[in-house]
Design a protein around this ligand. Structure first.
Ligand SMILES: CC(C)(COP(=O)(O)OP(=O)(O)OC[C@H]1O[C@@H](n2cnc3c(N)ncnc32)[C@H](O)[C@@H]1OP(=O)(O)O)[C@@H](O)C(=O)NCCC(=O)NCCS
Length: 185
């Protein structure tokens, strides 16, 4: 019989797999969305989100229009949700998209999962959606995220000075981009 609760894996590198969000992911998204430190690091909504809101959002696919959202799960850990990657404002004319990602739990950080999630998302966007360039926004103080983006070839394209208020102070926000194909010379 088909498993109607958990969607099939779309992509995997053997350690981390990406699939569409499912209701079973609700608790993981819920914990993350109500963790002020985590939502601040992704510059997200900081008023808290109820479980019902999350479930309704997952039931709608977690996205609108041409946006894409994948839950990342750990293959060897009973497909435990470990994070997500969102590809939004997907512009099929300019073949550009914005990307955002986060782990659900700080305890999973530094184990290479972020690198695996973003690598698979980039490959997918290049090879299956024909995206040419991706961009993302990151707090200038987010050393771990910046290390990951630099390692994957993202370059700084802009700085929004004193843009985002978190932890009692205004932080700069950097715009980073990476060409997945047809980089200009
Ligand atoms: C940012 C985030 C996605 C990175 O994922 P991760 O799984 O923790 O990172 P990885 O283990 O894949 O490490 C990525 C790189 O950063 C380096 N790194 C790890 N911890 C670091 C730290 N504290 N400071 C600097 N570099 C660090 C690693 O050495 C690695 O580089 P390498 O592959 O060249 O060795 C994850 O930590 C996260 O979700 N953080 C909270 C939300 C967030 O900040 N999201 C990004 C918003 S723009």
């Amino acid at each position: 019989m088909m498993d109607v609760v958990t969607p099939a894996v779309l992509l995997t590198d053997g350690v981390v797999a990406l699939r569409r969000p499912a209701l079973v992911d609700g608790p993981a998204y819920s914990r993350m969305r109500n963790d002020l430190a985590l939502v601040s690091s992704v510059m997200g909504f900081r008023l808290g989100v109820s479980e019902q809101t999350i479930e309704a959002w997952i039931a709608r696919g977690g996205v609108e229009g041409d946006d894409l959202l994948f839950t990342a799960v750990l293959v060897a850990d009973s497909h435990r949700p470990v994070g997500y990657v969102k590809m939004y404002r997907v512009d099929r004319f300019s073949r550009h998209a914005w990307v955002g990602l986060s782990l659900f739990d700080e305890r999973d950080a530094g184990a290479g999962y972020g690198r695996r999630i973003l690598t698979q998302a980039c490959d997918y966007l290049r090879d299956f959606v024909a995206i040419r360039k991706i961009s993302l926004e990151v707090l200038a103080t987010n050393a771990r995220a910046l290390a990951l983006y630099a390692a994957l070839g993202f370059a700084e394209e802009g700085r929004l000075t004193s843009q985002f208020f978190t932890g009692g102070r205004f932080e700069d926000v950097l715009i980073l981009s990476r060409f997945l194909a047809d980089a200009p010379r």
